[in-house]
Ligand binder design. Structure first.
Ligand code: 6GU
Length: 244
């Protein structure tokens, strides 16, 4: 996977993603980060990339030309990739569709993705119309810029790419795939602050353990995220269990 990220703060993203599991995936060349500093494409000697909004109002806007020049340069540098294919460009904005696991799975099928991180009060609409294919938000709150949001998206997408997670790490994910929250986990010691580990987990009886975990998932989802229960496709037995 090739990620092309257009930003005014490339060092923030570099720092954030070059560690842990994603850092290892970069080392293993399963994913590649191409960070493009929009300021390098400023068309004036002061490297200015923002200006006042027409019509007045608070704050500054990112001007269209530096973003468009940066975009054109990357498309040109990767012309083999984009000869028969329009680049998929995600603009990170609280006005976008809310990012979720299903969208992460969809994006993970691509071989390259572009991201545009906005800053200040926003970006001139004309360049957005020209280059953006997907408007994405990471939740209903306002961030100072798109950089943290792009890191969230890249983390969630990259862990779905084969080889990024070890076998052990990827099986952990399967329990969220059914749309329910995970059951509680326990490790040693057996007793902590007077609380012991549920006996079933020490029984060695795998059918019982699986049943208990499924029930715990159902109960926990009901309690903490009732909205997910409505969307999950539960079996008749599972529905009956929850009615009790
Ligand atoms: Cl993607 N960007 C910004 N600036 N704020 C956000 C967001 C994105 N998603 C939620 N809030």
């Amino acid at each position: 996977m090739n990620y092309h990220i257009f930003t005014l703060f490339p060092e923030m993203i570099e720092q954030g993603l070059n560690t842990s599991i994603i850092g290892k995936a970069i080392e293993k060349e399963l994913i590649r980060l191409n960070l493009i500093n929009i300021r390098d494409y400023a068309n004036n000697k002061h490297n200015k990339v923002d200006d006042y909004p027409y019509g007045g109002g608070a704050g500054m806007l990112m001007q269209p030309e530096p973003i468009y020049s940066a975009y054109k340069a990357v498309v040109h540098q990767h012309k083999e990739t984009y000869v028969n294919k329009k680049p998929r460009m995600v603009y990170l904005t609280p006005q976008g569709k809310t990012f979720n696991q299903e969208m992460a799975e969809e994006f993970a099928k691509e071989s390259s993705l572009m991201f545009l991180c906005g800053h200040y009060e926003g970006v001139d609409e004309r360049v957005l119309e020209e280059v953006v294919t997907d408007y994405v938000s990471i939740g209903d709150y306002v961030l100072t810029g798109g950089e943290l949001a792009v890191m969230v998206m890249i983390d969630a997408i990259s862990r779905l790419i084969p080889g990024v997670l070890s076998n052990k790490e990827s099986t952990e994910y399967e329990s969220f795939q059914d749309g329910l929250l995970e059951y509680p986990h326990y490790t040693r010691p057996y007793e902590f602050l007077g609380k012991t580990v549920p006996d079933v987990l020490l029984s060695g009886h795998h059918a019982h353990i699986n049943k208990w975990r499924k029930e715990q998932s159902l109960l926990r989802t009901c309690e903490r995220r009732p909205d997910l229960i409505e969307k999950a496709s539960l079996s008749e037995d599972e529905k009956k269990f929850l009615k009790k």
